[in-house]
Design a protein around this ligand. Structure first.
Ligand code: SAM
Length: 198
């Protein structure tokens, strides 16, 4: 999806506002750490951070213009328990210590429908290898999408690798939804997979 360019969204301005631009190793100060990769404009992760002030939340987003929106939300909501990373999931292990993440959220990741692009999906095996490095044992991975093919392929990819604790083929609306989910609910079912790291 093409994103509108925001003139003020420069790496310098965002670094000055506390956005992490690395890769750089992070010192995680709280016991419970939740990470969302591909946070888009950030509604899901900022709402979670607002409701759970004692936990630490990390939003990783590769697109500088949408990342700027997360930064604006963080400022408006006065969240001091949310770290925003302007970066690529490919470099996740250069930011996060091993076994440091309790919950990982993959919300409406790009489905990359063409077979030759499947390796770019955030649930492709190379990404799962990275997640396995930073996730705690028994950590939870939650994957949500509106794309049936992407969901079914992901189910096959994770089979045997993680414990599948929940599968939803028509997830009802919940308290934490992304901007994309709000729009896409009108078009059809939302799928969700919950996994536990072994
Ligand atoms: C379809 S959008 C969904 C955004 C948001 N999760 C939502 O549901 O509204 C996918 C997002 O993932 C981001 N993204 C894609 N590949 C990424 C990567 N390798 N690392 C970090 N973010 C990525 C994109 O820039 C985009 O903002």
């Amino acid at each position: 999806m093409r994103q509108k360019r925001i003139r003020q969204a420069t790496r310098e301005a965002m670094a000055a506002a506390g956005v992490i631009i690395g890769p750089t190793p992070l010192m995680l100060t709280k016991k419970t750490v939740s990470l969302e990769i591909g946070s888009g404009k950030g509604r899901f992760i900022t709402d979670l951070a607002k409701d759970h002030p004692d936990a630490l939340f990390l939003a990783m987003e590769i697109n500088i213009n949408v990342c700027y929106r997360i930064m604006q939300k963080k400022q408006e909501m006065g969240l001091d328990n949310l770290l925003i990373i302007l970066g690529d999931a490919k470099e996740l292990d250069q930011y996060l210590p091993p076994a440091s993440v309790d919950r990982l959220y993959l919300n409406f990741s790009d489905p990359w429908p063409k077979a030759r692009h499947h390796k770019r999906r955030l649930t492709a095996p190379a990404f799962l290898d990275l997640y396995d490095k930073v996730m705690k044992k028994h950590g939870i991975i939650q994957f949500r999408t509106d794309h049936e093919g992407f969901f079914e392929d992901t189910l096959m990819t994770v089979h045997g690798r993680y414990a599948i604790t929940d599968i939803r083929y028509d997830l009802p609306p919940g308290p934490y939804m992304t901007e994309y989910e709000e729009k896409k609910r009108a078009d059809g079912p939302i799928y969700q997979l919950t996994l536990e790291v072994k």
